[in-house]
Design a protein around this ligand. Structure first.
Ligand code: ZN
Ligand code: FE
Length: 255
């Protein structure tokens, strides 16, 4: 049966997610930075945690692993290249591996750049991708352990997913991302409209996540590094997309 997906705010601006497959009752927590809010959200729905999915090793995505495993016996699933850095990992996955939750399946996408082992979980039948800190709504993660060509190719892999795919990222950074995006993509009406919508959503105290991949393709400057407008904006007309991407990323780091 179709996944039920519930967003769980954690820490200051992190999102963990609960995925529940009703037929089997299996329930996964994605990137639990802390255990308490995840336990509380699961208990409120009568869901028992069976799996923990980690997109990458950072503590604000794995901090709740061990406490949740202790409390529930859940199996911890994460990226194979980071198996030494994921607390309590039981199942290590690589590109194109499949993760099953009840009768639903996710394909693992290897998307290094933010960290060298970063993965995403793409539930194609549920039109949902969990992409951690690689792609954000209107932004992308910092390159802590990767190069610009690597990050650009990871973003292109995500960008190729179907337009209706819901993008479940790791943080509520959208409003700040929009402010930056407007400085490098001034004449993009999709971005201008999206920025207004984001302001209204935040003013109402609601999450801006998930967006859709179609929305990100239209307005996220980091997915548009191969567009002339972006190359021109960073002073690299006709430039290689990975170089344009690097220039946009650098500007964001200093924004
Ligand atoms: Zn991270
Ligand atoms: Fe993070």
């Amino acid at each position: 049966m179709a996944l039920e997906i519930h967003l769980v705010p954690c820490l200051k601006d992190n999102y963990a997610y609960l995925l529940h497959e009703p037929a089997s009752g299996e329930t996964a927590a994605v990137d639990p930075s802390e255990a308490a809010p995840v336990m509380k959200a699961a208990a409120a729905r009568g869901w028992r945690l069976t799996h923990i999915l980690n997109t990458h090793h950072h503590w604000d995505h794995t901090g709740g692993n061990l406490a949740l495993k202790d409390a529930t016996g859940a199996s911890i699933v994460g990226p194979a290249p980071d198996r030494d850095r994921i607390p309590g990992i039981d199942v290590a996955l690589d590109e194109d591996d499949c993760f099953r939750l009840g009768d639903r399946a996710a394909l693992v996408l290897f998307i290094p750049g933010h960290t060298r082992g970063h993965i995403a979980f793409h539930f194609a039948d549920d039109q949902a991708v969990f992409c951690g800190d690689t792609l954000f709504a209107l932004g992308c993660g910092r390159m802590f352990e990767g190069t610009a060509p690597q990050m650009w190719s990871s973003l292109c892999k995500l960008r190729a997913l179907p337009g209706p795919t819901r993008v479940y990222c790791g943080h509520e950074y959208t409003q700040a991302n929009a402010r930056f995006a407007l400085t490098v993509d001034r004449d993009n009406p999709d971005l201008a409209a999206r920025a207004l919508a984001v302001d209204a959503t935040r003013a109402a105290g609601r999450p801006t996540v998930p967006s859709t991949m179609a929305e990100e393709r239209a307005a996220n400057p980091f997915l548009r590094a191969d567009q002339q407008a972006l190359a021109d904006a960073v002073g690299l007309p006709g430039g290689d997309p990975a170089e344009v991407f690097a220039a946009i990323r650098q500007r964001k780091d200093n924004f």
